[in-house]
Design a binder for this molecule. Structure first.
Ligand code: ADP
Ligand code: MG
Length: 589
């Protein structure tokens, strides 16, 4: 019979470290948040070997009294909350009291601190189990936490660490987020002795410009909206500056960087009709809300939050952003025609019917040939019948037969009820999406080797995803390899997407993997990612389709589940009945 026993303290901390200390970047995040909570005005970060060798953070904050030094390293010891009441209104970044204990259990940690009124500093050293008594030390007021040799005593975790470059890239992203959250605080960052960032205290706009770069900054529109006790401020990039990845999306709730589905959804909705759906908006947004109205204790790393009134939050964010974006509308290339609802979907130009209806297969004769498989000799008589035939044939396919392509966007077809208008891109995208879903449901998506491999430049994080997540990429139908940490060669793509641009496709998938990791990509984010992939393959507007291709598309739509809506919920086709057409021409009255 197995006996039940209480786990040793060290092991408990190491288990907690599994949740909180995923990699050097998580150490950096916890240390930076402690410094900010301590009221630091200047924070200095020194990293070595991507943070695996060392993460050292020095601040000029309030410090820790000698009597509390040992406690600071103990689990569930915090100065930030004392009761449930406090927890429900917590305004500090930390409150769980487990970061230092967890980090200390998987590294060699030294904590040196001096409150402003102390005559000198005190230092404690913790190497896994052993926490020595504090010793006097010399240091200016503030705190230094020095974390060396991460995972030296937990080889199983060390195995998951990636190259120095990858780990550094993760650290730098953490740095960017914290620095963006607090422009009033000065930061410096060095890596292996080399200065990477030096940021003075500065206005928010200047901080954002430094961290995002000039190109993005030039496109940023300021925004500041309040409603009751809610405030949203910051910047959104005008839709013209959109991205293919989510790498420039920063959202802070009470100065805490979060990834929140609800808020992200509100942002996406606001951009919905000003941005092509495969493009990603860039933004830096700060939501200020009374701490009691948001629960930050949802996730060990606090990256997710829960709002007391999610609907109200969604509404507020959506409307605040929509108002800002409305200012940009006049100058941007936005088609508002593709709206849902049964409004007349076609604006007929009676004086230019020929230019509006271009037959893409050239001769009308050839067109009817394709449609009914007749020889061109019969074409003329066929043209008269064509109008009748589908209406009388109960076997006729529901979406009928293609007549022509309109404006490079729509397929016009005729079925037994009258005219069918199909948004060809939306329809094709849906079909590709359903195909990919089905393929992934069975084992994996089949692969098509490229005749000419394509290469692309990516970020260090995305580059790292190539080796890190090779198995997932393979399941998705890709074959990629690193030529360098930031150069990737694509050798094979998913077979259903063989005709799409391999570079854009690979880029989007790597971004997704780098950001969300393989597990989420294959579970909760799976459909979103497949939709993005499908979008690459879908026929672009303005591509001329032959009638054959158009009919093939109509048949695939009929055979595809949920093909009545595109992946974004807009209709893919609409019917205009003969009766409606008759009405337009005042026929039969
Ligand atoms: P938490 O931040 O959740 O309270 P931590 O384990 O990160 O837990 O830190 C424990 C305690 O150590 C904090 O509550 C705080 O009192 C103290 N502390 C940690 N880092 C600093 C720092 N840089 N300056 C002042 N106090 C600190
Ligand atoms: Mg903390």
């Amino acid at each position: 019979m197995p006996v039940i026993h209480v786990l040793p303290e060290l092991l408990i901390n190491q288990i907690a470290a599994g949740e909180v200390v995923e990699r050097p970047a998580s150490v950096l995040k916890e240390l930076l948040e402690n410094s900010l909570d301590a009221g630091a005005r200047a924070v200095e970060i020194e990293l070595e070997s991507g943070g695996v060798g060392r993460v050292r953070v020095t601040d000029d904050g309030g410090g820790i009294a000698r009597a509390d030094l040992m406690l600071a390293l103990a689990r569930h010891a915090t100065s930030k909350i004392a009761s449930l009441e406090d927890l429900e209104h917590v305004a500090s970044l930390g409150f769980r009291g487990e970061a230092l204990a967890s980090i200390a259990s998987v590294s060699r940690l030294t904590l040196t601190s001096r409150p402003p009124d102390a005559r000198h500093a005190w230092r404690v050293e913790a190497t896994a189990e052993v926490v020595a008594e504090p010793l006097p030390a010399s240091a200016p007021p503030g705190t230094t936490v020095d974390v060396r040799d991460l995972y030296f005593n937990t080889p199983a975790r060390r195995k998951f660490l990636r190259t120095e470059g990858t780990e550094f890239a993760h650290c730098e992203e953490v740095f960017r987020r914290e620095a963006m959250a607090r422009p009033d605080v000065a930061f410096t960052l060095t890596h292996n002795g080399r200065l990477v960032w030096r940021l003075p205290p500065q206005p928010l706009s200047a901080r954002v410009r430094e961290l995002l770069g000039e190109e993005a900054a030039a496109a940023l529109l300021p925004l500041d909206e309040s409603s009751g006790n809610l405030r949203l401020h910051g910047f959104v990039a005008s839709p013209a500056f959109s991205r293919t990845g989510r790498d420039q999306q920063y959202l802070f709730v009470n100065r805490r960087f979060v990834r929140d589905r609800l808020l992200a959804h509100a942002v996406r909705e606001a951009f919905h009709d000003v941005l092509h759906h495969e493009r990603q908006p860039a933004y830096v947004l700060y939501l200020e809300i009374e701490p009691g109205l948001v629960d930050v204790n949802v996730h060990p790393t606090k990256i997710e939050v829960r709002f007391r009134d999610p609907r109200a939050m969604h509404q507020f964010l959506f409307h605040a952003l929509s108002r800002t974006l409305a200012q940009t509308r006049a100058g941007t290339q936005v088609t508002e025609a593709v709206s849902s609802g049964p409004a007349p979907p076609l604006r007929w130009q009676p004086s230019h019917p020929q230019t509006a209806m271009a037959l893409t297969s050239g001769e009308p004769a050839a067109f009817y040939d394709l449609l009914f498989g007749r020889s061109s000799r019969d074409a003329e008589s066929a043209s008269a019948q064509a109008v009748q035939q589908p209406a009388q044939d109960p076997q006729a396919p529901p979406l009928g037969f293609a007549l022509a392509q309109l404006s490079g966007v729509y397929i016009l077809a005729q079925n037994q009820h009258g005219l069918v208008v199909v948004d060809m891109h939306a329809a094709h995208e849906r079909i590709m999406y359903e195909k990919l879903k089905a393929a992934l449901d069975g084992e994996r998506i089949s692969t098509q080797r490229l005749l000419v491999p394509a290469s692309l430049i990516v970020s260090a994080l995305e580059g790292a995803a190539v080796q890190e997540h090779a198995a997932v990429l393979e399941r998705l139908g890709f074959e990629m390899a690193n030529l360098s940490p930031t150069t990737v060669v694509v050798r094979a793509v998913p077979a259903p997407l063989a005709d799409s641009d391999p570079v854009g496709l690979a880029r989007d998938v790597l971004r997704e993997l780098a950001e969300f990791g393989p597990t989420r990509v294959l579970t909760e984010r799976r459909d979103e990612m497949l939709a993005t992939m499908a979008c690459h393959a879908a026929v672009r507007a303005n591509r001329a389709l032959t009638v054959q291709e158009m009919n093939a598309l109509l048949r695939e739509m009929e055979a595809t589940e949920r093909s009545g809506q595109c992946n974004h919920g807009r209709p893919t086709w609409t019917q205009i009945t003969s009766a409606e057409l008759d009405k337009l021409f005042l026929r039969g009255r």
